[in-house]
Design a binder for this molecule. Structure first.
Ligand code: NDP
Length: 285
C-alpha cells in the first residue's frame, strides 16, 4: 500500500484525507492518506521519518509551507518563485517540492480570463496563500494593475517586492484594509480576491472589508476561505449581483493537481466534490 498524508499544525480538521481517500477508492488504488500533526520545531525530524517510512507523497500546510523548502532535494521553478511548497513527491528517494495552490487558483478563475486581462485586480491579504495567487495573476492573467491590501502594511510591501522581482509589467500598489484607499481599490477592480482567513469558521461573520464597501454586478469576487462554502464575503458580493467563486474550487483543484503528481492519474473530481460538499454542509449545520 502506498502512503500519503498532510503535515501541518493544527491539521486535525483538514478535509484533505477525505478528498484523497475518496479519490483513491473511486479509482481502486491501494493507497492511504492521513493527517499528521507536526509542530514547527519538529519539521526536520518528521520529514526524515516520512522518507524512512517510504511515504510516496505529502501535502504541506500551515505553518510549514515556506520552511519545508530547506528540507527538500529539488523544488519546482514555480514553487521556488512563489516561495512556498504544498506538495512533496518522493521520486526515487529524492524529495521534490511543488506548489499546487497556484494551479488550484488558476483553474478556479479560468472562466474569467477574458474579463481580467488589462484590468485592475484587488488581492486582500498577503500571507502564504496570497503569494501563490499573486504569482498566478501576474504570470497568467496579465492585469494592468494589482493592488495588494493587507492589515500589516509591511507584509503587503514584502509581497509587492516579491512580485516586482518577477519582472512584471503589471503596476503594483499596496493598501491598508481601512479608509479611502480600499474603497477606491474595490471600486476600480474587476476581480477581488480574499486571501485572508477572515470569515473562516467559527468566526463566520467577519468580513475582510470594512462596513459600507459595496460590490457591483460586473465584478467577480473570490474567497479562498471554504469553511463555510459560502462565506459572509461571498454572500455580500452575490447580493450585489457580482459573480462569486468559492474557495472550495481552489481546494478541489489544488488537491487534484497533487493527486495527479502522485498517481499520474486525474482525480475524479465529480466523485470527490459531492463528498466534500456534504461534509462542509454537515460541519456548518
Ligand atoms: P497566513 O497565515 O499566511 O495569512 C493570513 C492572512 O490573513 C494575512 O494576510 C493576515 O494579515 C490576514 N489576517 C489574519 N487575521 C486577520 C485579522 N484579524 N484582520 C485582518 N487580517 C487578518 O494564511 P494563508 O495565507 O496560508 O491562508 C489564508 C486563508 O486562505 C486561510 O483561511 C486558508 O484556509 C485559505 N486557503 C485556502 C486555500 C484553498 O485551496 N481554498 C489554499 C490555501 C489557503 P496580516 O499579514 O496582517 O497578519
Amino acid at each position: 500500500m502506498k502512503q500519503y498524508g498532510v503535515i501541518g499544525h493544527p491539521v486535525a480538521h483538514s478535509l484533505s484525507p477525505l478528498m484523497h481517500n475518496t479519490a483513491f477508492a473511486a479509482l481502486g488504488l491501494d493507497c492511504k492518506y492521513e493527517a499528521y500533526d507536526v509542530r514547527f520545531e519538529a519539521l526536520r525530524n518528521a520529514i526524515l521519518e516520512f522518507k524512512d517510512r517510504g511515504f510516496a507523497g505529502l501535502n504541506v500546510t500551515l505553518p510549514h509551507k515556506e520552511r519545508i523548502i530547506g528540507f527538500l532535494d529539488v523544488v519546482a521553478a514555480e514553487a521556488k518563485a512563489i516561495g512556498a511548497v504544498n506538495t512533496i513527491v518522493d521520486h526515487d528517494s529524492r524529495l521534490v517540492g511543488y506548489n499546487t495552490d497556484a494551479e488550484g487558483f488558476s483553474r478556479s478563475v479560468e472562466s474569467q480570463r477574458s474579463h481580467l486581462a488589462g484590468t485592475t485586480i484587488l488581492l486582500i491579504g498577503a500571507g502564504g496563500a496570497a503569494r501563490a495567487v499573486a504569482y498566478v495573476l501576474l504570470a497568467d492573467f496579465s492585469p494592468s494593475q494589482l493592488i495588494i491590501a493587507n492589515r500589516s502594511q509591511q507584509r503587503a510591501e514584502d509581497l509587492a517586492a516579491r512580485c516586482e522581482a518577477l519582472g512584471t509589467d503589471t503596476r503594483l500598489e499596496v493598501a491598508g484594509l481601512a479608509g479611502w484607499e480600499i474603497r477606491r481599490a474595490v471600486e476600480i477592480s474587476s476581480l477581488i480576491v480574499n486571501s485572508t482567513s477572515l470569515g473562516m469558521a467559527p468566526e463566520v461573520d467577519r468580513l475582510p472589508l470594512m462596513e459600507g464597501v459595496t460590490f457591483r454586478y460586473d465584478q467577480t469576487v473570490m474567497d479562498l476561505v471554504y469553511t463555510p462554502m459560502e462565506t459572509a464575503f461571498l454572500r455580500k458580493a452575490a447580493s450585489a449581483g457580482a459573480r462569486t467563486i468559492s474557495g472550495l474550487e481552489m481546494f478541489l483543484y489544488q488537491g487534484a493537481r497533487s493527486f495527479e503528481l502522485w498517481t499520474g492519474q486525474p482525480m475524479p473530481i465529480e466523485k470527490v466534490r459531492p463528498v466534500i460538499e456534504n461534509e462542509l454542509r454537515k460541519q456548518s449545520s
